[in-house]
Design a protein around this ligand. Structure first.
Ligand SMILES: [Zn+2]
Length: 509
């Protein structure tokens, strides 16, 4: 196991401070928002001595001196993350967190898109964001080519080209506009910049705040942008509605009732892991337990859950270490990416905490080999791994144009080792699904939870291939078989399973 990292920044929790608009008169709002600093104590209180201020970097002496000068009392810097500082500022100055500029953007579910050539850049940006929300896109890609600008939306996991009024003559002004709403340096065109903003979205009369995360990079033909849509409506927050088959759901609910241990969700990017973790936390929230999360970033704010976004000052392992001093019952770690995080997460799970996290592996049983690669000893894995969920999101066949489908022998051979008399379906494409044949997505799951025999096998160093066979003997149903059930029910197609999960028999029978 690797040595512990020293110099963990002292960390504090926003909820420990009494933050109110009464603090707004001691430090100017402009000063606070531009320097990411928030006043945490009331300098006019009778016993006020060391006035605590929240900062991103406690070593920024110039900034701390400036704040001290304005307040006129000795200040003590407290390390907070960017998310907490914007949250504090929103409470003190009554402003929208993350970006005050962003909420000027009003997006609408019914707005018609205007393709006129001389449309202003800020309106083009509004058009782009509105189309993305209307079509339930998860991200927006704007790319520059020699004499052309491409805009594509990722909808249900697949990129689709969209027509807009973007052109080589206005694209750079639209990107400058995007940088302004993110509070980025719009004159800087040679370096990559990341930012975020929020907007109000009027969805058929119901208004809600939607967050966007932006990445701008210089390209051969000018700057390019990727905008991630963090629409809280896209998260399923009820564990019963994730689409797990009832046997998996029941076993999973039993696992998350353990007071300590490690539960992992696995799968590639955009496989719904965050939804599973949020729904799990939500199912535990009303039990009088202290729940702390470290996320990259916080995508959906949950009541009664203490959530932190990782940043350049505090990564996942720093947060888990800090959490352990605050005596939580449940810790959610967005992702285990490195040996250090794996080690501290396992350590937390051995000392009376239920730890939920995600890992990038192809399968639920693959968590064992991944944890081994992250230098976790076999007996630690067998003692603490309660279970792991493997998952994918796959597209649903459009109900409006669904029809029976005769499959080729080649496709059938990928999924069946003998001729089986089962019906398959596909969508032939209609207006309702924009000709795609699919509409919406569904989660496909597998659940691996080691029983005593498998635990012993893990601690003895048994290979993952062998563990796989043992688990199957004891009723483990792999992802691909759960997906095939959905194909037989007419929910999805064999093509879709082959694309997102892969064949059951990759080598010719
Ligand atoms: Zn259709």
């Amino acid at each position: 196991m690797t040595a512990n990292k020293n110099n963990v920044p002292e960390f504090s929790e926003l909820s420990l401070f009494d933050i109110s608009p009464a603090l707004s008169s001691f430090l100017p709002e402009d000063f606070c928002t531009s320097n990411h600093i928030a006043l945490l104590d009331d300098p006019s209180a009778k016993d006020a001595q060391n006035i605590r201020i929240g900062v991103l970097d406690r070593k920024d002496q110039d900034l701390i001196a400036k704040a001290q000068e304005i307040i006129g009392k000795k200040v003590e810097p407290v390390q907070l993350n960017a998310y907490e500082i914007s949250k504090a500022l929103s409470q003190i100055y009554n402003i929208e967190a993350d970006s005050s500029a962003g909420t000027n953007l009003q997006l609408n579910s019914s707005s018609e898109i205007d393709f006129s050539k001389d449309r202003k850049p800020n309106l083009i940006l509004q058009d782009i964001l509105s189309i993305a929300l209307q079509r339930r896109a998860s991200d927006i890609h704007i790319e520059n080519y020699n004499e052309d600008v491409d805009m594509r939306l990722r909808i249900d996991g697949t990129l689709h080209q969209v027509t807009t009024s973007l052109s080589p003559s206005n694209i750079q002004r639209v990107i400058a506009c995007l940088k302004i709403v993110c509070d980025l340096d719009h004159l800087e065109r040679r370096k990559s910049q990341d930012g975020r903003f929020s907007a109000l979205y009027d969805d058929e009369g119901n208004s809600r705040k939607v967050d966007f995360r932006v990445s701008i990079v210089p390209g051969n033909h000018g700057q390019e942008a990727v905008i991630r849509v963090l629409d809280s409506k896209r998260f399923i927050l009820d564990i019963n509605e994730l689409g797990m088959p009832s046997n998996i759901l029941n076993s999973y609910k039993r696992l998350v009732n353990y007071p300590n241990g490690l539960i992992l969700t696995t799968g590639p990017t955009s496989s719904g892991k965050t939804s599973t973790l949020y729904a799990t936390v939500q199912s535990l929230v009303n039990r009088g337990l202290k729940i702390m999360t470290a996320e990259d970033p916080v995508e959906y704010e949950m009541d009664k859950v203490n959530q932190k976004s990782i940043d350049e000052f505090m990564d996942f392992s720093d947060y888990i270490r800090s959490f352990l001093r605050q005596n939580p019952d449940i810790i959610l770690v967005g992702e285990i990416r490195d040996a250090e995080t794996a080690e501290i997460a396992i350590k937390a799970s051995t000392t009376g905490h239920l730890v939920l996290s995600s890992l990038h592996t192809r399968s639920a049983i693959g968590t064992v080999s991944r944890l081994r690669n992250l230098e976790i000893p076999d007996d630690y894995i067998s003692d603490n791994l309660l279970g792991s969920i493997g998952q994918r999101l796959i597209r649903r066949i459009c109900e409006e144009c669904k029809e029976e489908q005769t499959q080729t022998d080649e496709m059938l051979s990928l999924f069946y080792d003998k001729k089986e008399n089962v019906q398959h379906y596909h969508g032939k494409g209609c207006e309702s699904c924009n000709g795609l044949g699919y509409k919406g997505m569904i989660g496909i799951y597998e659940l691996f939870f080691p029983n005593e025999e498998i635990s012993t096998a893990i601690s003895n160093g048994t290979s993952v291939a062998e563990l796989n066979n043992m688990a199957k003997d004891q009723g483990f149903v792999p992802l691909v078989d759960n997906a095939l059930d959905k194909a037989h029910e007419g929910v999805t197609s064999l093509e879709e399973i082959s694309l997102r999960i892969g064949p059951k028999f990759p080598h010719a029978n």
